[in-house]
Design a protein around this ligand. Structure first.
Ligand SMILES: [Fe+2]
Length: 437
């Protein structure tokens, strides 16, 4: 096989020799017990402070991949990358032994790894919840480094609630600061061997913080951190309702203004990523109205709107189209893919068959309750997102949507079949709902 990729700053991504998936955990995961700890019970409904980004300079993919790979992307006239969230294998019970939990994540990771060899994948943008249950460092080997040990590309990540959660034995203070292991593994000052990688080759990522932007050929991604609650997601103080800063709003608005200009000279898709989905019909979490409003406010102020919004958190695949009146009727896919390996969980009971419309959002296809991942392709004119399931029944393309970037319209071929009889959701089914339970 070819030598593993080495980044221009000495980054390493893959082990040189492919190896079989593990079948048992190196570190048995007992962190479920912290759900009943005094500290967790005292702080379950509280957002947590997070560190300001070291800087707001956008990451550039040229810093992470060697010139020959960047040149190949440019020569091909398109970029292809992966995205998915909620990957950590930790859901072990009497009904799901460890080997099955490991296999759920392993099948998705292995399908993505296989793609790298045949599809010129540039990178993997993780949508959060890398590690369960509480983002502890000791689980990074089993849930992150081992599953992606042969994935020979950079993995960027925004933290999910489980990555940010803190825990402790008492109720006064956590024994591990919020986001501690995530910062060690994804926000290191320099690319270096991780203390949590168990000797595997993948080096630490050098993101400036838990919110950041990434510029690549034909695509830019803005990643936001939506904090530690099981629901809803929170990215700002929401006018003083939450005791956290509004720095992510300033960051988001500045990035939107920057990309509004960049897009005029460097054709590209602009993708927004946050762990908690603004729109969701999952049974447990629902959509997060706070971030939806925050993002709209920033976009309106910048006069610029993303081409696609990606989230995880809900453990299934969902694809909405939001028609944004303030953006001149721009059609924007809001895609949820929290299907990377932790769990596959059914949506709300009694949900009508898609398409179903509430307000300015339409659930375009019936949610797919299988493990799988997103593959995104952009040539600067069209952004395409494809969901591929990868489970015991095999690897299969299940849904595809394309966005015409110049006109802000959804590809007709991809969704026409779903638009024959749009039905309204009954009142009990909300695409979004605020919740602090
Ligand atoms: Fe989550």
């Amino acid at each position: 096989m070819a030598s593993p990729t080495q980044g221009p700053q000495g980054q390493l991504y893959a082990d040189p020799v492919p190896s079989p998936d593990e079948t048992s955990f190196q570190q048995d995961n007992t962190s479920d017990a912290y759900y009943s700890s005094p500290y967790y019970e005292a702080h379950e409904y509280q957002v947590q402070a997070f560190p300001a980004a070291a800087n707001t300079t956008p990451l550039n993919l040229t810093t992470f991949l060697p010139a020959d790979i960047i040149n190949a992307i440019t020569a091909a006239g398109k970029i292809v990358f992966h995205a998915v969230g909620d990957t950590g294998a930790a859901k072990v019970s009497s009904r799901q032994p460890a080997a099955e939990a490991i296999a759920n994540q392993g099948r998705v990771a292995d399908a993505m790894t296989a793609d790298v060899a045949v599809s010129d994948i540039a990178f993997f943008f993780h949508l959060g919840d890398v590690i369960y249950q509480f983002g502890e460092a000791q689980y990074y080997y089993d849930q992150f480094y081992e599953p992606y040990r042969n994935y020979d590309r950079p993995i960027f990540a925004i933290p999910g609630n489980h990555d940010g959660m803190v825990f402790g034995e008492g109720s006064a203070a956590p024994s591990v600061p919020s986001l501690s292991a995530f910062l060690t593994n994804f926000c290191a000052a320099t690319a270096a061997p991780s203390p949590d990688a168990g000797g595997l080759m993948r080096t630490t990522m050098t993101q400036p913080g838990v919110y950041f932007s990434l510029d690549a050929p034909f695509v830019s991604i803005i990643g936001l951190y939506s904090n530690v609650l099981d629901g809803p997601g929170v990215i700002s103080s929401q006018g003083g309702a939450y005791p956290i800063s509004d720095e992510q709003l300033n960051f988001l608005q500045a990035q939107l203004l920057r990309l509004k200009m960049l897009k005029t000279t460097s054709p590209r898709a602009v993708v927004l990523a946050l762990h908690h989905p603004p729109l969701s019909v999952d049974a447990k979490h629902g959509g997060s109205t706070g971030p939806l409003a925050d993002i709209d406010t920033c976009c309106a102020a910048a006069g610029f709107w993303p081409d696609m919004v990606l989230s995880g958190h809900a453990h299934l695949y969902q694809r909405f189209t939001r028609t944004v009146a303030a953006a001149g009727g721009k059609q924007t896919p809001y895609i949820v893919s929290g299907s990377g390996g932790y769990a596959a969980t059914a949506p709300q009971a009694g949900l009508p068959a898609a398409p179903v419309t509430v307000g300015d959002a339409t659930l375009e296809v019936n949610p797919i309750v299988d493990f799988g991942y997103l593959t995104l392709t952009c040539d600067g004119a069209t952004l395409t997102a494809t969901f591929t399931s990868a489970d015991a029944s095999g690897v299969e393309v299940r849904d595809t949507v394309s966005v015409d970037l110049a006109h802000g319209t959804i590809g007709v071929a991809a969704v026409a079949k779903h638009h024959k009889s749009s039905r309204k959701l009954p009142p009990q089914h909300k695409l979004t709902r605020a919740r602090r339970s």
